[in-house]
Every structure is written in structure tokens, then in C-alpha cells.
Design a protein around this ligand. Structure first.
Ligand SMILES: [Zn+2]
Ligand SMILES: [Zn+2]
Length: 162
């Protein structure tokens, strides 16, 4: 790739001029577009980092903010790839934030894991596994008592009903 690119640039023909002005135009359009997106943000309209759609930020629950914005529709795909890529600390931080966002705006419920039982997910729109906040993921409460919030698993299911 590199040598070909070098040859193309060294020709110095009018062809390059056209290419340069095209590049300038594209940069200018890009610049204008960024200004426009900035202006939309001032009006309370922001964009999902995944599907690039715009949403009103006044509508709580439309966009999840973890530094970047993700719309509710994109959450399942985004979370399944994002959670695999992240390190434990980052994953737990975003996971906790996402779990409380889902509970607050999308009626998500905390479901205990029952060992040996396959959960019924027929009425679930989206679910994720999150660290149990009651025992901080240890599965135990004080005095080595098994955590009753997660049945000692240390994790719970956060399920958004259909
Ligand atoms: Zn989206
Ligand atoms: Zn627990």
C-alpha cells in the first residue's frame, strides 16, 4: 500500500489539484457538520454513538451515557461486545451504571439466580448479569451468611420485561 500511495502523490499533475480541492471541500463539510452536531447538543439533541441516530436528551431513558452515548435500542448489541472487551474494573463500573439506568428508566427487575434452574426469559426484552450490590459480589453478607439477594452467587440478573 505505502509505495503506491507515494507514487500517486509524487506525480504532481492537475489531477492532484482536483483531489486537493475535493479534500478541502470534504474537510469543510465535515467541519460544518460537527458545528451542527454541537448546535444540536445545545438544543438538547444528541446522537447515539452506535447507530448515529439523534435523540432528545430531555427524554430520560433514550440515551445511556457512559462517556459515550448509546441509545436503548443499541444497548443489547453494544453491551455484549463492549462487556467482553473491557477489563474487570471498567466492566463493573459501566455494568453497575447500566443496571441502575435500566431499573430507573426501563422497569428492569433484579432477578435472583437459582442454582440449577434455567431462568424463564420468554417475557424478557433484554437482560444482563451484574454484580450483586448487596454483597458487592462476594455472595456473602455479614458473618459469612449467604447473601439472600443473590442466593450466594455474587451476581444477579437485571431483566427488562417486554
Ligand atoms: Zn443507537
Ligand atoms: Zn449478593
Amino acid at each position: 500500500m505505502q509505495p503506491e500511495l507515494g507514487n500517486g502523490l509524487s506525480q504532481g499533475q492537475p489531477h492532484d489539484l482536483a483531489e486537493n480541492s475535493l479534500f478541502e471541500t470534504v474537510s469543510r463539510v465535515e467541519h460544518d457538520l460537527n458545528d451542527l452536531i454541537g448546535a444540536l447538543a445545545l438544543l438538547g439533541v444528541k446522537r447515539c454513538s452506535q447507530c448515529r441516530q439523534f435523540f432528545r436528551t430531555a427524554e430520560p431513558g433514550a440515551l445511556f451515557d457512559y462517556g459515550l452515548l448509546v441509545c436503548y435500542k443499541c444497548i443489547p448489541d453494544w453491551w455484549s461486545s463492549c462487556s467482553r472487551r473491557l477489563g474487570v474494573t471498567d466492566r463493573e463500573r459501566i455494568e453497575g451504571k447500566l443496571a441502575s439506568w435500566l431499573r430507573r428508566y426501563h422497569h428492569a427487575e433484579v432477578v435472583k439466580e437459582t442454582p440449577g434452574k434455567v431462568p424463564d426469559t420468554s417475557n424478557v426484552e433484554f437482560q444482563m448479569i451484574a454484580k450483586c450490590l448487596e454483597c458487592s459480589g462476594s455472595g456473602k453478607l455479614m458473618e459469612e451468611e449467604r447473601c439472600r439477594f443473590c442466593n450466594g452467587a455474587g451476581t444477579v440478573r437485571i431483566a427488562v420485561p417486554k
